[in-house]
Design a protein around this ligand. Structure first.
Ligand code: F6R
Length: 608
């Protein structure tokens, strides 16, 4: 969602802000703005549209001299994308400027109060109320004013603030929205996400909820909500800049798909020791897996789809019932949970508002929570009882690929661990599973090497209106992720159906030449899905099938076949999703779309 960058130092702030904001473009935005303080006045420039427009109107930042500044990319929530609604927002005398990520839930009430106090509003945003409140409560001490505002607002926020009265500091504060502070040499930074500042520093402080940072050129101070100074640990970011750069690929999504063999290896390596699956993160956990009678998995979007695969794998392998929920549903349906229950939350960003809220809901009911998260130090890693990291590195493309693949790997290993504890897995079966797991990276690479063939096929479907995805069991879980990959970046209507469900309604949508992508990786279900393929074919569909190498019988029914290397029945998703990711990518790129930044979407959904 919105991106924040702030700078204070000895260089010109505006070009650094523009550069930092460009690294946050992946988060999704529809307008951009900057405020730069030259020691006397705060100059503000903002505009709807791409960051390029802001770059042009400010001549790359040259027209905004000053060594202190805050910048913002906005993803509209309250009010349309427009100059007035873009951030920064400011008070009437322009002595205070604010950028905000999050939502102030009680802003209407607060706005009415401020209007009664004589304040005039020029935007429709919830953020503007913060600028006027800071003005109202500021009596010479910015930290005191910020705390007074914090006590009165409800909702989520990450804020960057400058005051003309404090020419030596930028202020930052957060609650339920991500924000990091970067510590440089004679310069310091704030940012919603590390890639924005990685070019300048690797040393970061992760500020926690309701902590305030006062950031000078050479000094950073932290306070709690009682204005008491607090100490914070400095962290070093280990991944390198290349991880956040395109590295020669046209889009991050392609780069990230190509990284999947490495990501899979990096994710399983810490958990395989002496041919055993180990989770050191759960070593001291107060959970007896051998007694577990059910498991809950909660997530959003693709992470939910990974969890859905997890259900099939865990239930088959460990014979434990698994309930998979969308976080946005789970949190409001008063889920039946209690002590002894375990809830697994899955998230790439670790900041998704609904998944985060689900942690609170599960914990409040006495359940133990295990977060499977990619972003180090993110909110969920602090809120869940236990965290297992996926090792996908920074994922920039809005459409997830490598983080999803890494989530599957953790789920496979959890399934093996659970099955072991439950006694549903023989020793030789376990050995075979681990050896199959170890082969996955090179098998994924083999599928990726076939990408040109998928591209040729995808080019034929650039003008398609509807595309269907079908499968049974794990293949259905693969189909729903395949459909999401296609629709979110190509804007083609795509639906996934459990293959047996088609004739209960959906089959009426099949017309001459409608593309149906069928997934068949589960041997015991081949014949069932083949019957469903025959049903759509006899209504005119064109069928692409993704199936296991050796299953040549499929060629009797499907029009186009993509084979994946042979693995065991539990891990087929990891291989079968690759052609579907590639298909979505090539349709989108073929249409000339900005694959990494699909319209209306944000990378990290920090509002519900
Ligand atoms: C789709 C996609 C989203 C995310 C979802 C959850 O390609 O990326 O559906 O999977 O928004 O995000 P995280 O994993 O950050 O909680």
């Amino acid at each position: 969602m919105c991106g924040i960058v702030g700078y204070i130092g000895k260089k010109q702030a505006a070009p650094i802000l523009l550069d930092g904001l460009s690294k946050l473009e992946y988060r999704g935005y529809d307008s951009a703005g900057m405020a730069v303080f030259d020691g006397e006045n705060i100059k503000i420039e903002k505009t709807p549209g791409r960051l390029k427009v802001l770059e042009e109107t400010t001549h790359g930042g040259e027209l905004m001299p000053g060594m202190i500044g805050i910048g913002h990319t906005r993803w509209a929530t309250h009010g349309v994308p427009s100059t007035e609604n873009a951030h920064p927002h400011f008070n009437a005398s322009r002595s205070i400027a604010v950028v905000h990520n999050g939502i102030i839930e009680n802003y209407i009430k607060l706005k009415e109060k401020m209007i009664k106090r004589g304040y005039k509003f020029v935007s429709d945003t919830d953020t503007e109320v913060l600028a006027h409140m800071l003005d109202y409560y500021y009596k010479g001490d910015p930290v005191e004013a910020i705390i007074k505002v914090m006590h009165r607002v409800e909702g989520s926020y990450a804020l960057g603030i400058i005051f003309t009265d404090c020419p030596d500091d930028v202020f930052a504060v957060r609650k339920d929205s991500p924000l990091v502070i970067g510590k440089g040499e004679g310069e310091n930074f704030i940012a919603s996400d590390v890639p924005a500042i990685l070019k300048y520093t690797r040393n970061v402080y992760y500020i926690q909820n309701e902590e305030i940072a006062k950031i000078g050129t050479d000094k950073i101070e932290f306070f709690n909500i009682d204005a008491e100074p607090i100490e914070k640990e400095l962290h070093r970011v280990e991944w390198d800049m290349n991880a956040a750069e395109k590295g020669g690929y046209e889009f991050f999504m392609m780069k990230e798909m190509m990284e999947q063999p490495k990501v899979i290896r990096d994710t399983f390596t810490p958990h395989i020791k002496n041919n055993e699956i180990v989770f050191d993160e759960l070593k001291d956990a107060d959970i007896d897996f051998s007694k577990l009678t059910s498991l809950h998995i909660v997530a959003c979007g693709s992470a939910y789809h990974a969890g859905f695969t997890g259900k099939y794998v865990i239930e088959k392998m460990a014979r434990v019932p698994v309930y998979v929920d969308l976080a946005s549903e789970f949190r409001y349906r008063n889920p039946i949970l209690g002590e002894g229950d375990v809830v697994v939350l899955i998230s790439q960003s670790g900041e998704t508002a609904d998944t985060k809220a689900a942690i609170g809901e599960a914990k409040a009911k006495g359940a133990k929570t295990i977060a499977i998260v990619n972003a180090k130090g993110s909110s969920m890693t602090r809120e869940a009882d236990y965290t297992i990291y996926t090792e996908a590195g920074p994922e920039i493309s809005v459409a997830t690929t490598k983080a999803y693949s890494a989530q599957l790997i953790i789920l496979y290993m959890l399934a093996i661990k659970l099955a072991e504890e439950k006694g549903t897995l023989k020793e030789d079966e376990k050995k075979q599973l681990i050896s199959d797991l170890l082969r996955l990276p090179e098998q994924v690479e083999m599928v990726l090497n076939n990408k040109e063939r998928i591209q040729k096929f995808a080019n034929r479907y650039i003008a398609a209106k509807d595309i269907f995805f079908i499968g049974r069991g794990i293949d259905y879980a693969i189909a729903i992720e395949g459909a999401l990959k296609l629709k979110e970046i190509s804007y083609i209507h795509a639906e996934a159906y459990a293959a047996g469900e088609l004739k209960h309604g959906t089959i009426s949508l099949i017309e001459e030449n409608t593309l149906v992508n069928a997934v068949l990786t589960q041997e015991d279900l081949y014949d069932k899905t083949i019957s469903n393929i025959r049903e759509v074919k006899s209504r005119g569909a064109f069928v692409m099938a993704v199936t296991n190498l050796g299953h040549t019988k499929i060629e009797e029914v499907a029009d186009y076949v993509v084979y994946i290397p042979e693995t065991n029945k539990y891990f087929t998703n990891t291989l079968a999703i690759i052609p579907l990711q590639l298909f979505g990518y090539f349709v989108s790129a073929g249409k000339g779309y900005d694959v990494d930044h699909p319209r209306n979407l944000a990378k990290s959904v920090t509002v519900e």
